[in-house]
Design a protein around this ligand. Structure first.
Ligand code: NAD
Length: 417
């Protein structure tokens, strides 16, 4: 099942259960705008290559489109549609004044130099033109895009505006470096949020995270920071899988040392001293308490969900469990903190950055973390209460909460003309 079929299936299940208005269902079943741009870039050796970039804008009933840009070979229109739709639910559930968008370029960035990536990013921004904007559509980092790239996007977009107005456009993108209008703590916001929701789960289930064993798939921005905050809870990381390989140590892996090994030369987790390389297929079936998927979509499916022994899946990634995997996990009574709740710390952090830029303020790290936690606790409790009310799983409940807010906006404002 494709990611888009997956997200549509999840939407239909929630819409049926909440008896969603037929008209609103029609609007939300389809994306508002789909932008495809082909643009040329000069490579370091003088050759010209043409790249294809996507930006899908799913819905903006609650505010400007918001969502990341991904550079990965799996980026296509289907993936962009699915990820944009998830963003609509995520921003609504978090109570933010945003809609949902997503995009990217179908490339493997490892094949390009830094200077080439800079030109690709700047030319993509230029090609998108006024299809993005601080009050229209605000991109952010996602897989294989980072703060440096966001700074290039902001700079390129601002260059296209009159000199006297340029500084008003800084919030065209979030996830920028702190020196360029970025927010203290935006780097860790998603991983922090993942762990903040896991703490709420532990409280609800009367469990102690200290000594609990967990595994993480993906050791990039989300995976590393989630492991960093899990270590503060005293939980033990026993295995990590990324694009380079799968490593295991039953006695624990130090996330900080692993980060020093994996990140600087983009080597990944492979060959980390003190761990053994294991068969990637055995990863999700490892004996542990918590699984944190923090890489790509469709990783846990009907084929491997049955092997999972953990009692919680905390979805750091977007769409890591497909519909068939969901059915197996629900049947087994395994809790799932759904992506649109679990990884919403990132977009909440982005909202704080956008507000900070818009108001010309600078917020302190502690302030950011406290505000983030308060929002996540509120959303978590709303989802649990909604699941009790509708006697359904947390994913469907999160959708019902998210869709309800958009439904209200349509009811209040009506449909033009
Ligand atoms: P990243 O580029 O920093 O890291 C991605 C990680 O996934 C890397 O460790 C990579 O090796 C690994 N990976 C790639 N292909 C893999 C494969 N086939 N098997 C196993 N591992 C693989 O990206 P990120 O920003 O950490 O995003 C990770 C996930 O979290 C994505 O699904 C993204 O949409 C989601 N997310 C990110 C944010 C954010 O703020 N960055 C916010 C919300 C959700």
């Amino acid at each position: 099942m494709s990611m888009y079929e997956n997200v549509q299936h999840q939407f239909t299940k929630a819409a049926d259960l909440m008896k969603l208005d037929e008209g609103v269902r029609k609007i939300l079943s389809i994306t508002n705008n789909e932008i495809l741009v082909n643009f040329p870039v000069k490579m370091d050796d003088g050759r010209i290559e043409v790249f294809t970039g996507y930006r899908v804008q799913h819905n903006n009933a609650l505010g400007p489109y918001k969502g990341g840009l991904r550079y990965h070979p799996t980026v296509d229109i289907d993936a962009a549609r699915a990820l944009a739709t998830w963003m609509t639910w995520k921003t609504s559930l978090a109570g933010l004044p945003y809609g949902g968008g997503k995009g990217g370029i179908q490339i493997d960035p490892k094949k390009y130099s830094q200077t080439e990536l800079e030109r690709i990013t700047r030319r993509f921004t230029f090609a998108l033109g006024d299809n993005i904007g601080p009050e229209l559509d605000i991109p952010a980092p996602d897989v294989n895009t980072n703060a440096q790239m966001m700074a290039w996007i902001a700079d390129t977009y601002m260059q296209t505006k009159p000199t006297a107005e340029r500084s008003m456009y800084k919030h065209v993108v979030t996830g920028k470096p702190v020196g360029s209008g970025g927010l203290e703590g935006r780097d860790r916001a998603t991983g922090f949020g993942v762990v903040a929701t896991i703490r709420q789960w532990a409280k609800l289930r009367n469990k102690n995270l200290k000594g609990m064993k967990y595994i993480v798939q993906g050791f990039g921005n989300v995976g590393y920071w989630a492991a960093h905050f899990m270590a503060k809870e005293g939980a033990i990381l026993i295995a990590v899988q990324d694009a380079s390989g799968t490593i295991y140590n039953a006695n624990g892996i130090d996330p900080e040392k692993l980060n020093e090994h994996a990140t600087p030369n983009l080597t990944g987790v492979k060959d980390f001293p003190g761990t053994e390389a294991i068969d990637p297929k055995t990863f999700f079936g490892l004996q542990c308490d918590i699984v944190i998927p923090a890489a790509l979509g469709n990783q846990i499916t009907g084929e491997n969900a049955g092997e999972i022994k953990a009692s919680l899946i905390a979805e750091g990634a977007n769409g890591p469990v497909d519909v068939t995997g969901d059915a197996v996990l629900n049947e087994k009574g395994i809790d799932i903190i759904p992506d649109i709740l679990c990884n919403s710390g990132g977009v909440i952090g982005s909202y704080f950055e956008w507000l900070q830029n818009r108001q010309g303020e600078l917020w302190e790290m502690d302030d950011v973390i406290n505000k983030l936690e308060a929002k996540l606790v509120k959303s978590f409790n709303q989802v649990v209460a909604c699941a009790d009310k509708y006697k359904t799983d947390w994913r469907t409940a999160a959708y019902i909460e998210a869709i309800s807010r958009i439904d209200v906006a349509y009811k209040q404002r009506g449909i033009f003309p």
